[in-house]
Design a protein around this ligand. Structure first.
Ligand code: ATP
Length: 326
């Protein structure tokens, strides 16, 4: 009921009377009063005016189930939520719940991760109170080799949502980094449980630098936050809601066509390395070439100096600019 009351208050600019809340949710005045008090304790600033009712003046930047649920506009993404103050890794939490039978659309979040992971076991910094650590559970009917494409679907959803919310155009460093002004604000880690030809589940983890005022010294050259680039704080729950809404739409397109063909062009428009020479850090052998764009299956087309166009598969590969990170 807390979520419903919060949703109602957050969606109306006018005061909502206590009686209206009682009627709408068939609860007593005392029950409403208790919820309002709980919300105030959590940091919501709620104005209560006699004969008029309650109005939210401001919401705290917290990641609770009620706060996130009250912002969501999705059909299934985030339909169940598991929100923690602190955890090792939201991907680990989500995988555990998936093993226990959690449904498609579960979203795990944490205010901070103490063992956040990137690709190939690298660490991911998720500072308390300012970043987003979230993992979405999917149970798609796709072949295991299609699963890496979901990283690109999420990358595009985040690029779209951040660009819209912050009025600042992001870029994507193929396959899984979102950048603002050429520095990383987000990384994505997709993991899967599958058999040869059957996917049990996929989890897509996203670490997003939202309201940090600084990044650790060792990351200064490559990382930044949305606030550091735009000067503006963003409500993390609102950003989550926007991302999930875009993801749902893109995911539907992905399922319909079975690949990324319906948004290759849009992805390519965000691609930071497009038309530039990149260094492909392939464990089987590094090489340089011009990044041309992605294939419908999410591989990167790279044109080598010899004039040959090769397809680079995401898996183990990183791409760098020849003079630095991009
Ligand atoms: P590459 O650029 O090599 O493709 P990647 O996208 O595979 O990198 P990830 O595995 O997504 O990288 O992220 C891990 C790396 O990101 C770490 O090694 C570190 O350099 C950097 N990193 C860690 N925490 C953050 C953060 N909060 N913001 C930005 N970058 C971070």
């Amino acid at each position: 009921m807390k979520t419903e009351i919060l949703k109602l208050l957050q969606s109306s600019t006018e005061s909502v009377s206590g009686q209206e809340i009682c009627n709408r949710f068939s609860v007593s005045r005392t029950a409403v009063w208790k919820v309002i008090n709980q919300l105030k304790e959590e940091g919501y600033c709620i104005e209560a005016v006699q004969n008029k009712g309650y109005r939210i003046i401001s919401a705290p930047d917290i990641l609770t189930e009620a706060e996130i649920a009250s912002r969501l506009k999705t059909d299934w993404a985030g339909s169940t939520l598991s929100c923690k103050e602190e955890t090792d890794s939201t991907n680990t939490d989500c995988k555990k719940l998936a093993e226990q039978g959690a449904l498609h659309g579960l979203l795990c979040t944490a205010d901070t991760q103490i063992a956040g992971r990137g690709r190939r076991g690298r660490t991911w910094e998720s500072p308390k109170g300012t970043s987003i650590s979230m993992t979405l559970l999917l149970r798609p009917e796709i072949k295991p080799d299609q699963a890496p494409q979901l990283t690109l679907v999420m990358a595009l959803a985040i690029a779209r949502a951040v660009s819209r919310l912050c009025s600042e155009t992001c870029s994507i460093k193929w396959p899984n980094d979102i950048l603002l002004n050429n520095k990383k604000i987000c990384g994505i880690l997709t993991e899967m449980s599958a058999e040869m030809d059957y996917v049990h589940y996929v989890v897509i983890g996203c670490g997003i630098n939202v309201n940090q005022d600084f990044v650790p010294m060792e990351l200064e050259q490559i990382a930044t936050s949305i606030k550091m680039e735009t000067g503006t704080r963003n409500q993390r729950s609102e950003l989550i809601a926007e991302i999930l809404q875009d993801f749902e739409q893109l995911y539907q397109q992905f399922l319909s066509s079975g690949d990324l063909s319906s948004f290759v062009e849009e992805y390519d428009n965000y691609l930071v390395n497009r038309g530039r020479v990149v260094r492909v850090l392939d464990p089987k052998g590094e090489f340089e070439g011009e990044a041309l764009g992605i294939s419908p299956n999410g591989e990167l087309f790279v044109k080598t100096a010899a004039g040959e166009t090769v397809k680079v598969y995401a898996g183990e590969v990183s791409v760098r600019g020849i003079y630095g990170y991009v």
